[in-house]
Design a protein around this ligand. Structure first.
Ligand code: BDP
Length: 618
């Protein structure tokens, strides 16, 4: 009897614990935190306390009550980049900080939003378990209202780990995977870990706007914004104001079950495009007259995206995407966000004459999209689905599929209102198997299963958004049936580098033949989403030789010439804007991928000067 009571107690406390920790609700990230007359934001960036927990004993030892023997760490920041003894460490760590919550926030709902914890995180506020999240490069948020202590400091503790696993996305530690690297990421960039982006507190009124979705369209000179608003709190009236070109259009909102939808017509619309990225100011108000409960402002552009057999069409006209794949990567920052680096990289892309980039291989810090809207960049928004494959035992496949489903939801909730995003990229170089070289040899059963799983992800994206194109990026030797699912045939190709190394001429011939074949088969516009060669800055040769700046330049030139000769090629993205850190491996000298046309510290190589000349038409 004595024992059964003990076990019952132990069981209940376990259950109690499990229910206390809940998974974050994606809807809580739908609107970026803002400071206005009603809403508040408190950015917690700064130096936090930090402690390694290699034995994962912290929770048992109640470290969530406060860390002893901690060291300092910058948030945002990647722990691997800040401490040399932590470079390859991917297991558990703890972060802690303290903050007052301003008394003027009393009566509002208060949330914590973590903009990226790579890979999984658990949060405690004032020693109380709050919740958890899995997945990197997307934010998550929790309502902390009932845990806040007023008039004193509040303790925030976050446990994070970034273990590499075939069950996760991106995948890692994959047996027989394509990459033989240390750490064993199944992708070609360093697994920078931790709170890579800011952590903020924000407040909203008790009845508030939870989500706003704006879908633009136009016919002739008449523009339209279809605005869907979701609210919390049962208020049934509101208003949308669209301001642009010196005029304000006002439309009432009527909520039914906390949801309202209106069409706003804009006569003489000024369309958004790279040459004139005109943005309208949208203000959504919950409540009427003096009873304005909540207000949210955002900027949007009116533009359409479609395709014909040969081109991507922006506002009905063919457009050519010139640009780059990039990484959030910089010395000492690792993967942590920095507005300075964002501004610098946008400047360099403009300098080189680019009009486009893909968020390789994960959703970027939100400021990238705000700036792209404003500067007129055409963006391909990509999920963290890199190193993805559909073979393997059911359990790990199911877990990867769940992770992808969640990523798509979170990415689209966060990024849906940016006019700069013209395409969603479901995955980069997915495979039937984990090993690229063996992809063409999958059994019919594996092929079919892979196709079906992948198709579900495409359907999910299209169901949420019928205003943008959907694609994935195909790998060399990879399956081509999947292009049936896409609007644009996008391929990464390195003929003349990984295959027929040293022979640019043969590489160019191969890509040329392949593009023709793909276009003939699918009758869709084609894009080379990655092509490039490693170049060690300062290494030269008279005749182009691999790893020299001359070879990189000639390689890029040859591919661009091929693209120019085909009217169905709708875009060319050079891999990569800048050199970046990756895991150690035989083909990664100094553990860098050197395919940047700029060095990691953003100095131009020969190829950057070449692109500037070519893309600016000089
Ligand atoms: C492509 C990958 C990219 C790599 C690149 C390379 O999409 O992440 O960095 O190859 O090998 O296959 O440089």
């Amino acid at each position: 009897m004595k024992y059964s009571i003990f076990f019952l107690f132990a069981f209940c406390s376990l259950i109690g614990f499990a229910t206390d920790f809940r998974l974050s609700d994606p809807k809580d990230i739908a609107l970026a935190p803002v400071q206005n007359n009603i809403r508040n934001v408190l950015d917690l960036s700064g130096i936090w306390r930090f402690k390694k927990d290699s034995l994962n004993i912290g929770e048992k030892m109640q470290w969530y009550k406060g860390l002893s023997d901690s060291r300092a760490i910058a948030v945002p920041g990647s722990w691997n980049a800040q401490y040399d003894d932590m470079r390859d460490y991917l297991d558990w760590v703890w972060y802690e900080t303290e903050t007052y919550v301003p008394s003027s926030w009393k009566g509002q709902k208060i949330f914590i939003r973590v903009n990226d914890a790579t890979y999984s995180a658990k949060i405690w506020v004032n020693g109380k378990p709050l919740g958890y999240h899995e997945g990197c490069h997307v934010p998550f948020a929790f309502d902390i209202t009932k845990h806040v202590n007023w008039g004193v400091a509040n303790k925030l503790v976050i446990q994070v780990e970034n273990q590499l696993s075939p069950e996760r996305v991106p995948t890692g530690n994959v047996q027989g995977g394509s990459f033989q690297s240390f750490p064993a990421s199944n992708y070609d960039f360093f697994p920078y870990s931790g709170l890579n982006r800011s952590v903020v507190l924000f407040s909203v009124p008790s009845s508030y706007l939870r989500d706003i979705t704006i879908k633009p369209s136009f016919e002739g000179s008449k523009g339209a914004l279809n605005v869907t608003v979701e609210s919390v709190g049962g208020i049934n009236k509101g208003r949308v104001y669209v301001h642009g070109q010196g005029k304000t259009i006002e439309v009432p909102l009527v909520f039914k079950n906390n949801r309202a939808n209106v069409g706003v017509v804009i006569p003489d619309v000024r369309l958004w495009c790279p040459e004139d990225p005109y943005l309208y100011d949208v203000k959504v108000v919950l409540g009427e007259g003096n009873e304005q409960m909540d207000i949210y402002n955002l900027k949007t552009g009116v533009r359409t995206v479609s395709v014909n057999e040969k081109s991507i069409l922006l506002n009905g006209k063919p457009i050519f995407l010139k640009g780059f794949g990039r990484h959030e990567d910089f010395p000492a920052l690792g993967r942590s966000s920095s507005n300075s680096v964002i501004i610098k990289d946008f400047g360099l892309m403009k300098w080189a004459g680019a009009n486009s980039f893909r968020t390789t291989h994960y959703p970027y810090d939100e400021e990238n999209y705000n700036l792209a809207d404003r500067e007129g960049f055409l963006v391909i928004g990509e999920t963290p689905g890199v190193g993805l494959y559909f073979a393997g035992d059911g359990d790990s496949l199911e877990k990867r599929q769940q992770a992808m489903t969640r990523y798509i939801e979170e990415m689209m909730l966060r990024d849906k209102n940016h006019p700069s995003i013209i395409m969603w990229c479901v995955a980069n170089e997915p495979g039937e198997n984990a090993q690229i070289g063996k992809m063409g040899y999958s059994s019919d059963e594996v092929k079919e299963k892979a196709y079906n799983q992948f198709e579900k992800l495409f359907k999910q994206v299209r169901k949420r958004d019928n205003t943008r194109l959907v694609m994935y990026v195909g790998v060399m030797f990879g399956p081509t049936d999947w292009f049936n699912l896409t609007d644009v045939i996008a391929i990464n190709r390195y003929w003349g580098w990984y295959s027929s190394p040293g022979n640019i001429e043969l590489g160019a011939k191969t890509i040329s033949t392949e593009l023709d074949r793909l276009h003939n088969k699918f009758k869709k516009p084609c894009m080379v989403t990655e092509f490039g060669a490693d170049a060690q800055a300062g290494m030269h040769s008279v005749n182009p030789e691999m790893f020299t700046e001359e070879y990189q330049k000639e390689f890029i030139k040859a591919y661009l010439d091929v693209a120019d000769s085909k009217d169905f090629v709708t875009g060319m993205h050079v891999w990569n804007l800048a050199d970046f850190k990756t895991s150690q491996g035989l083909i990664r000298f100094g553990s860098y991928n050197l395919k940047g046309v700029f060095t990691r510290d953003r100095r131009p190589k020969l190829a950057a000067w070449y692109l500037r000349k070519r893309w600016n038409g000089q």
